[in-house]
Write a protein that binds this ligand. Structure first.
Ligand code: PHE
Length: 389
């Protein structure tokens, strides 16, 4: 009986071994996975793939992935492939800090791409700086982000610049003198952009006739909108993110407030028009790039992205693609994976033909690029003007 069972088990073992299901001690040693990945270049990407601004995070993932695929198909960098390690921070600053800690200490990434939202970049930057790991934010525009240290970069313009551009456009192109502001008090980006816009607008002879606020996630904006209407502005400036902006626009129209709405780069999302619909007709907002710009870098990227995803890329797609390519370029010039050498080369980036403009890193690790002012007309987003204040 027992002998029989033993014989049966041995037979099963023999078949399984022959099929390669079980490897015995004497099987030839496979290359350990750590050896295989040491040949790659691990780059951390941290983004809010879920949460209130999920399209920003998903756009970063897709833009960075397209760049990495292209770079790897062309042979990689220093003969190695870029390997992206993508972490979801759920759109939360505390979670951004914890995934970045993990990417640096457990995954030993050589650099980081992220975050989009300034408050998440502000939470992560001190950690990257403390570990001397270069971090490139695709789209965080708050000036404080790159002040966190000399390992922290961005590939977009900053809010003092964006605010001045929107103010110049509002005053000169649109000819408005009286503007109201409705900002998000839970958002460093929103508070900063409201202030920089207000300052520049007043300097150019305009006045801010109402200054109202809300907190991200609120769903009733009627009392603020009513107070704004009472101040009789010619337009409302809303430096917030796309989800809230869509609801604000709908409630304004419900209250028969027909004023033009003006926004910043935080409006850019494929969901903006889905949420706000016709309530956003006639609105203007600032952006980092324009999909129809006639420049080889833009045409090439837009074509490739459309072929892969079947839709137009947004600004965060473009900026994340640029950030990843700038990093690869810096690694190639550094000639090694030494983080300090890579940092120094990112800092030396000069006239890089990005999709979202031509990028030269300034002393302060911020590029300066023209601002695209877009207009929503008949449900389509078109270019109104390029502004360089
Ligand atoms: N500039 C925004 C911030 O700093 C983020 C953002 C950029 C969002 C571009 C959308 C598009 O918080």
């Amino acid at each position: 009986m027992i002998v029989d069972l033993l014989r049966k088990s041995l037979a099963i073992l023999a078949i399984a071994t022959a099929l390669g299901l079980i490897s015995l001690g004497c099987a030839p040693e496979r290359e350990a996975p750590t050896d295989a990945s040491a040949a790659d270049i691990p780059v951390g990407v941290f983004a809010g793939l879920t949460g209130p601004t999920a399209t920003f995070g998903q756009a970063t993932r897709d833009g960075a992935t397209l760049a990495a695929e292209e770079i790897n198909a062309a042979g990689g960098v220093l003969g190695r492939k870029i390997r992206l390690l993508i972490e979801d921070n759920q759109g939360r600053p505390d979670e951004a800090a914890s995934v970045v800690t993990k990417l640096i200490t457990a995954n030993e990434v050589i650099a980081l791409i992220g975050e989009n939202a300034s408050n998440r970049s502000l939470a992560a930057a001190p950690i990257a700086q403390a570990h001397q790991t270069p971090m490139i934010s695709p789209s965080s525009t708050n000036p404080e982000v790159t002040r966190k240290g000399d390992y922290i970069f961005r590939v977009c313009y900053t809010d003092p610049y964006q605010g001045a551009a929107i103010a110049a456009f509002t005053r000169r192109n649109l000819g408005f003198e009286r503007v109201a502001i409705l900002k998000d008090l839970k958002n460093d980006y929103s508070i900063g952009l409201a202030e920089f816009f207000g300052e520049a607008f007043r300097k150019s002879g305009g006045s801010i006739v109402a200054d109202q606020s809300y907190s991200e996630g609120d769903n009733d904006f009627r009392s603020q909108l009513t107070a704004i209407a009472r101040a009789k502005p010619q337009a409302i400036f809303i430096p917030g993110y796309y989800t809230d902006v869509g609801s604000i626009a709908i409630q304004a129209r419900d209250l028969r407030i027909d004023l033009p709405l003006i926004g910043g780069d935080g409006w850019d999302s494929p969901k903006l028009l889905e949420i706000g619909g016709s309530a956003l007709e006639g609105a203007y907002f600032a952006n980092h790039y324009f999909v129809g710009e006639d420049r080889p870098a833009v045409r090439n990227f837009v074509d490739k992205f459309r072929r892969k995803h079947g839709r137009d890329p947004d600004a965060v797609n473009a900026l994340s693609y640029d950030a990843t390519r700038i990093l690869a370029d810096a690694i190639a010039r550094a000639g090694s994976l030494d983080r300090k050498a890579i940092r120094d080369e990112i800092a030396r980036t000069k006239e890089f033909a990005g999709v979202a403009g031509v990028i030269t890193m300034g002393e302060d690790r911020n590029p300066v690029k023209p601002v695209a002012m877009l207009k929503i007309e008949k449900g389509e987003i078109g270019l109104s003007d390029w502004i360089q204040p």
